[in-house]
Ligand binder design. Sequence first.
Ligand code: ATP
Length: 386
Amino acid sequence: MSLNTWFSKTIGMASSPAAAHKHGARAAAAFAASLTLEQVERRYGASWALRGVSLAMTPGEIVCLLGPSGCGKTTMLRIVSGIEKPTAGRVLINDLEMAGPNRFVPPEQRNVGLMFQDFALFPHLRIIDNVAFGLKTLGREEARREAMAVLERVGMARYAEDYPHILSGGEQQRVALARALVPRPAVMLMDEPFSGLDVQLRDDIQNETLALLRETRATCIMVTHHPEEAMRLADRIAVMRAGRLVQVGKAAELYRDPTDLFVARLFSEINEVPWTVEGGALRTPLGTFWVPELAEGDRAVLCLRQRAIRLAPAGQGIDARVLHVKFLGDAALVEVGVQGFEAPLKALVRESEVPPQGREVAITLEPERLLVFPAENGEGKSQSNA
Ligand code: ATP
């Protein structure tokens, strides 16, 4: 079944609105649902798209899934939605097994909503009917009223009676968002829902989407390539790499205490200084950094956040020289040369504190903001302290 056929079916059969309606509750109100993945695996031939993925989400929680292209994000959404079966492991919604060794609940019975990157509106339906499509269990007028309310939220109400072809790509995306959200599914899966929008519009639509998700208490996994977007929207961020969840936590946790270099790079601009462990420490011109967890002769990467390097007058820290200054508006990126380092260090400083190029200065570091990781995949080869 193609994605779009499936999408239409799911939306058409979204069960919670109907159930709520029958019981006299406000139409289209979702129930909050927990979502659990237990050791989910997905193999294609000899290669693994997902390996040992476990995640427990509380009802109404929003998790942003962040990771490079091909790491398995879409596969994870497809498995939660039921479009695809896991090779191993279990998926549970409200502790009920949706997929596992003994059970497979088809997508249309999961009350899961989807918005994929390759969304498609129905060209022969007016915008309002596109959005109301998922509310077939309501009466036509009621469905249109609900659809209109959500179209207003995404700023598209004025196009309600038009057909999709007159809309720009970004406008179509907003309609697709409305269509996905209007049935108020218990679990919402969104694959880069804001990717085609310009910056200003993206902010507005993100806010509205967030408000709608909160209102409906949908439990949501949202895929994004943008760490800032994840930090802004998510209750927790799940970082994925090569089919595995490498770290799951609140934005501040991932920023302050990244589990590896890969996660550290996602959340801040860092200087990476490769070094070799000698006598249990990295003995650098910036100071000695003890690394008891690393073995003698191991290669390590010392990470200095650009914001954690402070410039001071010469003599008040580690000697350095300003090599280059790049103005970035309120801040400036200052490259400084430090004796003993092959590559310059980059410091992000306030525009008002920028010294002129060529000036002898000093740098100071905030030790609690330094990170050290073992070098991996050939990292750490570019500079030697030997
Ligand atoms: P992107 O950010 O580019 O959308 P992604 O993180 O969503 O990437 P997936 O689409 O989940 O990645 O793909 C994960 C891996 O599984 C990739 O290596 C991909 O080539 C592979 N893969 C996905 N679907 C199939 C399939 N039907 N058959 C074979 N391999 C597949």
